[in-house]
Design a protein. Structure first.
Ligand SMILES: Nc1ncnc2c1ncn2[C@@H]1O[C@H](COP(=O)(O)OP(=O)(O)OP(=O)(O)O)[C@@H](O)[C@H]1O
Length: 626
């Protein structure tokens, strides 16, 4: 082994040839094997070269023969040891480097790991965020779909319930309709029965009244004639007796007594004749004359009625008339279009009812004061060819216990009208108010209650003689039985802008352009009233006065502006506003209407109206009309 090591080192100094030779020399086959190992791939030539071995052996011999062989070996060993120490130091160095390298590698790996972890954490965070986002979107989507589904469900449910409701309504409507139809047929049947009964009764009553009327009239006239004849006979007798008496007196003083007797008989005859005729007229008038409750009527004792149109002409004029002209059903009554049509229709149907001799329908007109209820009722009577009579509910209470008699007297009188009579009761609530408990009942005197009962009794059945038209500002106060007797109810509200404009134009033309007397809206009394002749002496309107000159700056636009400002005014207030304009013009002396005067009066009236309204609102005096 040692030899081999020496050979290797000697070889390194002596060259490969010497080592080879030494190796061959020492090891023989071992050297061959070593050569074989080194050049595994090389093919060992089968030819053996002994020269190298010889040289090796020679070199060994020289070494052995050298006195420094030992030193050489020692040196070699020292070198070997140094090299081993160096190798160890190198190995330690290498190990330290390797440890450093391992540390660095570990550091890098850790850093890499940290970065990787960070990146992974970031990635996971992003993934989480993304997942959150997705989850949120999914949730929103689900929520939206749920909401939509719910909404659809609700819609479907609603539609289903609507369908059910419609079906229910339709069924209900059908039931109601069939019920109404049954009720209508029943009512129709009952009405037919009542109508037949009342027609028979009414005919009997009318015939009796008319027969009585003629008989009584004849009786009265006969009585008057008899009384007059008696008085004339008495007068003649007395005159004859007086003549005889004078003659006898002249011949015979004792016959003075006969003269005194004759004169006394003459006085008695004259007085008797006068009282007899007075009594006859009084009885005649009591039967045929106007009852005390009637304030205004188109009837008169002698049966004369001014220009009452026939039912047929009333109908044709109603259908052809314009509402604003003086003709037609409504004449000067200006109403809202819808109400106008209803009143016109009512007049036509009343006229037809009269023409066909059918029972009349009773009507209630209600609404604020001064909206044309009385005017409309009169026009209704006039154009349906009926007589009319106007009474006021407020006149009943003062009559006390006499009220019942007066009511019966009124209806008896109304029943004698040949044309049929429209009985208009204004301020109906004053005596037709509720009979039940409460303040109204306490206010009701026994007389008024009895009068109400009498009226209910007289109007309990359908009538072909009397149309009852009542007007009130407070329909809610009327007795239920009175309301039950009303077949139609028309509300006369405050005029709208269109009606106000027409009212302003009407009264402007009437009171300013034509300068008519503003007059008074209270009905004319007595005989003149019965003829429809008012205070001014002109039928149906005021007297023509001094015409007013209208300045060019007062035009239709001024009237329209006034109508706009007059919001909340009644027809009466508008008429009075124009009357005030007229008054202001006459007051100025020159009878010229300027825009300034017109606007000032309108502004004043608007302010006055607002003040009055504020007073009503505050519950001040006059808060209620009645
Ligand atoms: N609709 C109207 N068309 C024309 N003039 C009217 C109208 N309403 C009221 N007037 C005027 O007002 C006056 C009063 O009208 P009317 O007597 O008809 O009213 P009303 O409703 O019966 O009032 P009240 O309830 O106070 O008795 C009439 O004379 C007329 O000058």
């Amino acid at each position: 082994m040692l030899l081999r090591e020496l050979a290797r080192r000697a070889g390194a100094r002596l060259g490969p040839a010497a080592i080879g030779a030494g190796a061959v020399a020492i090891g023989g086959p071992i050297g061959v094997a070593a050569c074989k190992d080194k050049d595994k791939e090389k093919t060992v030539t089968p030819s053996f070269d002994p020269e190298a071995l010889e040289r090796g052996a020679k070199a060994l011999r020289e070494i052995n023969a050298s006195p420094h062989a030992k030193n050489v070996i020692e040196l070699a060993r020292t070198q070997e040891t140094t090299k081993a120490a160096e190798a160890n130091a190198k190995a330690a160095e290498m190990q330290a480097a390797a440890a450093q390298h391992a540390t660095n590698t570990e550091k890098v790996r850790w850093e890499e790991q940290r970065k990787t972890d960070q990146a992974r954490a970031q990635q996971q965070g992003q993934i989480k965020e993304y997942e959150d986002e997705l989850a949120r979107k999914r949730y929103q989507h689900e929520h939206e779909s749920t909401r939509k589904r719910n909404a659809e469900m609700v819609k479907m449910q609603e539609e289903a319930s609507h369908r059910q409701e419609n079906v229910r309504r339709a069924t209900e409507e059908q039931i109601q309709q069939s019920r109404r139809e049954t009720d209508r047929q029943k009512a129709e049947h009952e009405r037919e029965l009542i109508r037949a009964k009342s027609i028979a009764e009414a005919e009997g009553r009318i015939a009796e009244n008319r027969a009585n009327e003629d008989v009584i009239r004849r009786q009265m006239l006969a009585k008057i004639e008899a009384e007059t004849n008696k008085a004339m006979t008495l007068l003649k007798e007395t005159l004859r007796a007086a003549g005889d008496g004078v003659n006898a007196l002249l011949a015979d003083q004792t016959k003075g007594a006969a003269l005194v007797g004759g004169l006394t008989a003459l006085a008695a005859g004259v007085y008797g004749a006068r009282e007899g005729s007075r009594m006859g007229f009084r009885m005649l008038e009591r039967y045929l004359g106007q009852p005390s409750l009637v304030r205004e009527t188109s009837r008169n004792v002698w049966g004369f009625r001014p220009s009452a149109p026939t039912a047929a002409s009333a109908v044709s004029s109603a259908l052809s008339s314009s509402s604003n002209g003086n003709g037609g059903i409504l004449g000067e009554v200006v109403l809202e279009r819808g109400l106008e049509a209803r009143v016109r229709h009512l007049a036509v149907s009343t006229a037809n009812t009269r023409k066909n001799n059918a029972p009349f329908r009773n009507v209630m007109l209600y609404g604020p004061p001064g909206t044309g209820k009385t005017m409309a009722a009169k026009r209704l009577a006039r154009y349906s060819g009926l007589d009319y009579a106007l009474m006021t509910g407020g006149d009943v209470a003062p009559l006390g216990a006499d009220a019942v008699t007066r009511i019966h007297e009124l209806f008896d009188w109304a029943g004698t009208s040949r044309r049929g009579l429209l009985l208009f009761i204004d301020e109906a609530d004053a005596f037709l108010a509720k009979r039940g408990g409460g303040v109204a009942a306490a206010e009701h005197s026994t007389g008024v209650r009895a009068a109400l009962n009498a009226l209910l009794y007289r109007t309990g059945e359908l009538s072909r003689d009397v149309v009852l038209v009542i007007a009130t500002n407070r329909p809610e106060d009327l007795d239920a039985a009175v309301l039950d007797r009303m077949d139609e109810a028309l509300e006369f509200g405050l005029p709208d802008l269109d009606a106000r404009t027409r009212l302003c134009r009407l009264y402007f033309d009437k009171l300013i352009a034509r300068g008519e007397d503003a007059g008074d809206d209270k009905p004319a009394q007595g005989f003149l009233g019965a003829l429809g002749i008012g205070k001014g002496g002109k039928r149906g309107g005021g007297k023509i006065g001094t015409p007013i000159r209208v300045a060019p700056d007062v035009d239709d636009a001024s009237i329209v502006t006034a109508a706009k400002k007059a919001e909340g005014f009644s027809g009466r207030e508008i008429a009075k506003m124009m009357a005030s304009v007229q008054g202001a013009v006459y007051g100025s002396g020159d009878a010229v209407l300027t825009a300034e005067t017109f606007e000032a009066v309108v502004a004043y009236k608007v302010k006055e109206h607002a003040g009055r309204k504020a007073g009503f609102a505050a519950g001040g005096p006059g808060a209620k009309k009645r």
